[in-house]
Design a binder for this molecule. Structure first.
Ligand code: DGY
Length: 429
């Protein structure tokens, strides 16, 4: 059984390969996505390291001169996706979107580098590009200078329709949204995709970025949606730690000092995103100052980021235990006890293999082997039961969203074959 799944996972990556970059899934997402590509590289690394590095290298080919790394790279114009390059109009070559995505690339570069004793030249070439991207975050997305990261579009968080964004996005003026036609609903059941209201807000925020000529300083100051994203903040903290490791080999001592002080700043400030009501780390609206008070799968990324006091960790584990009794498969993207939980609706309930990989790694590193094993084991069971879906219902295990999904295939291969890497799922049930 596992061998057949290994073969199927490799086949999915090869089928979704468009020549140097991989689409997340055929049809629904026909371009190169930022954090998808980084995770996909981990899958390729289990059978073709050259191709794995290419995935990250082609992503960085689209980096802007100020270090910004876009969330989509549009190498072909595919009318089956909305919103395509003619809507974003960033004027770049290759054409790209104007927002970014969670910065997992430095972590994945480090893990790939450390899992083999070669590839130095490729890592050395990537290192300054990764550093430039992280500096971009600190320059444009850290308005409080606390190392807490601002998201300026729900799509940037990667957790597009998380209930965490409902209230901040509800305040966005949608009266000037230009007529548009969604393409995703022709391919996927509406029950599993963001609502029409969500899309109106996505497009209103996109138009506002475009009206600001994609000037990131202006967007971070006046954009209609500005939220300190707990997911992005924890992922960047982890990525800064991993980048520091690369800097020790490929960078200067000044760069090491710079990264160390960034890490310290976030460690010292992260309590700003602790929510006493839900006893978890939560996102906070930067415009109103209000916490979402929602426990999501991103709340548990604090373990992956290596932060949290003993008492915060205890409260998070209480939440973890409570949630684990409410679902069959961990880790749901939203709290099953919350009224906005929906087991099949994208980021409002379904389980995502990439989040599971990061959270389980963090739990294992914190010595919480039992919790980590539950997540690793459930990830395996979901894939064995249902195949390589975009996400899964945490109650029934049914697949949700796109099928033959690249990053799920990549996580399977990584899980099955990546012995010795820090994110290894060795010991999974
Ligand atoms: C989509 O089109 O649903 C994507 O998640 C946007 O990045």
């Amino acid at each position: 059984m596992p061998d057949a799944l290994d073969e199927k996972a490799i086949e999915i990556l090869k089928d979704n390969d468009r020549g140097g970059y991989t689409v997340p899934t055929a049809g629904l997402y026909p371009y190169q996505w930022n954090w998808d590509s980084a995770f996909v590289a981990l899958g390729f690394a289990t059978f073709d390291r050259d191709r794995a590095w290419r995935e990250i290298e082609t992503l960085f080919d689209a980096q802007w001169t100020d270090g910004f790394l876009p969330h989509i790279v549009f190498r072909v114009d595919d009318p089956s996706y909305f919103p395509g390059p003619s809507v974003w109009r960033t004027g770049k070559s290759p054409e790209t979107s104007g927002i970014t995505q969670p910065p997992v690339a430095a972590s994945i570069t480090r893990w790939m580098w450390e899992s083999a004793d070669h590839d130095e030249a490729r890592v050395a070439a990537l290192y300054p590009k990764l550093l430039a991207w992280h500096r971009w975050f600190h320059r444009y997305r850290d308005p409080l200078n606390k190392g807490l990261v601002l998201c300026t579009h729900p799509w940037e968080s990667g957790r597009d329709n998380s209930p965490e964004w409902d209230e901040p996005a509800n305040a966005v003026d949608t009266t000037k949204v230009e007529p548009y036609q969604r393409r995703d609903l022709a391919l996927i059941d509406h029950d599993m995709r963001p609502s029409t209201d969500d899309y109106d807000r996505y497009i209103a925020i996109l138009q506002s970025g475009r009206d600001n000529d994609w000037e990131h300083a202006a967007i971070a100051k006046n954009g209609p949606f500005r939220v300190f994203d707990i997911g992005m903040t924890m992922i960047l903290l982890r990525a800064n730690r991993d980048l520091l490791r690369l800097a020790e080999f490929f960078g200067t001592s000044d760069e090491c000092d710079e990264l160390s002080s960034r890490i310290k700043l976030t460690e010292e400030s992260v309590d700003y995103l602790w929510d006493e009501e839900s006893r978890a780390f939560c996102s906070r609206d930067a415009i109103t100052g209000k916490s979402s008070s929602m426990v999501t799968s991103a709340s548990f990324l604090s373990f992956y980021a290596g932060v949290g006091t003993p008492s915060q960790k205890e409260h998070l584990l209480e939440n973890f235990d409570r949630i684990s009794k409410r679902v069959r498969y961990m880790l749901p993207s939203h709290d099953p006890d919350h009224d906005k939980f929906n087991s099949i609706l994208y980021w409002r309930g379904p389980v995502w293999a990439i989040v599971n990989t990061m959270v389980a790694l963090g739990l294992a590193e914190a010595g919480l082997e039992k919790a980590a094993a539950r997540i690793y084991g459930d990830t395996r069971k979901l894939i064995e039961k249902t195949g390589f879906y975009e996400a899964y219902c945490p109650i029934t295990g049914e697949g949700t969203g796109g099928a033959d999904f690249s990053w799920t295939a990549a996580m399977w291969l990584h899980l099955a074959k990546a012995g010795g890497q820090p994110q290894s799922m060795k010991g999974a049930a």
